[in-house]
Design a protein around this ligand. Sequence first.
Ligand code: EPZ
Length: 429
Amino acid sequence: MDRIRIKGGRKLHGTIPISGAKNATLPLMIASLLTEETLILDNVPRLADVGQLQRILGNHGVDVMVGGKRPGETPYDGQTLHISAARIVDTTAPYDLVSKMRASFWVIAPLVARMGQARVSMPGGCAIGTRPVDLLIMALERLGADIEIDGGYVIARAKDGLKGGEIDFPKVTVGGTHTALMAASLARGTTVIENAAREPEVKDVADCLNLMGARISGAGTSRVVIEGVSKLSGARHRVLPDRIETGTYAMAVAMAGGDVVLENARADLLQAGLDVLAEAGAEISATNAGIRVKRNGAGIAPVEVVTAPFPGFPTDLQAQLMALMTCAKGTSHITETIFENRFMHVQELVRLGARIRLDGESATIEGVAKLTGAPVMATDLRASVSLVIAALAAEGETMVNRVYHLDRGFERLEDKLSACGAAIERIAG
Ligand code: EPZ
């Protein structure tokens, strides 16, 4: 298993290119199941999760062709995928595939909408909480699917196709909104989604579906209306920049100090995160190239933050913010409201010398004057990267183990940081 070694204490200077968003790419790839024509996606990040979803789609008979490198392209340019679900050969998504990546459960929506049936393994628990799928099932039922749970599988049937309906989510769910959008696009009649997730990735998927011929309005707001169509076509769509990768590197710069341009980043996708960083003492400005983040000299000010669905502060940046606050000049409070168990990074940050107290869903972080390097590991993607951020400012050497979590969601992390002067290297193992 690969490891990453970081020697702390170097400031970051330069440019970090921001990749296409993982959490838009995954549902966009799944949306390809809705049409027999080819869906072309540009700016797709090179991530382990993308490769894993290619395998899962391959099991349904989907052909994914990865475009070759064009002259003048840098290693950071996103890849182009040509995805063709001309013939779906299998409507079952088995346990051994779905259990590796939770988002793959979402194939249930296009499969039942297009094929009239789907049999998809329940994803099971994961490191950040129980993460049920009851709301996704509720949405499909509202669209007329018959649901049966058998042997750990959800079986959805709609022999005569899905029909439009009212879906009122009692809780904001990104995956629930993605699945409702995909299913309703091919349902007969009108669907209204209330309390829809407003995340930019939901809007990106809806934009792509509209290019494919869907009739969706209101995506990006809490009320989305979908007029079903009988068929969708192919399209070409460019994946939006990854706001969580953006926020992560912005926190890395705030932690290590320095001056970095996050190329291609869009401030409008991450206002709540950038506001918190500015409050903590980082200088943030939007430029033509992206977002510039600076912290020179000044210390880090403590903050009070509660995670919330978009446009609130994202849960996917909670661990990174906590890493930053370990060195603040005072006491911070961070409350996690989305996932009940998303504090796997706390014990590891403590190993680096952080002072953090957990009380239910809230963490109190008492800033310390310095962190000290140590061997650490984490059990999920964002927790792992929070350890990298802490290590950039820690005295001495930190070895981050179980790097495969990072590879799921961060493209060439060590290259991007070392190009800005960080002492970071991957050790193959
Ligand atoms: C998406 O997960 C993201 N994943 C997550 O990113 C992100 O943390 C999360 O949204 C919240 O923003 C992808 O986009 C691939 P939810 P998702 O449904 O859709 C509860 C990362 O690190 N819930 O919005 O699975 C659920 O337990 C990841 O990139 C139900 O109760 O999240 C949670 O408390 C991890 N029943 C809340 O809703 C359901 O049926 C929000 O979850 C579904 C969800």
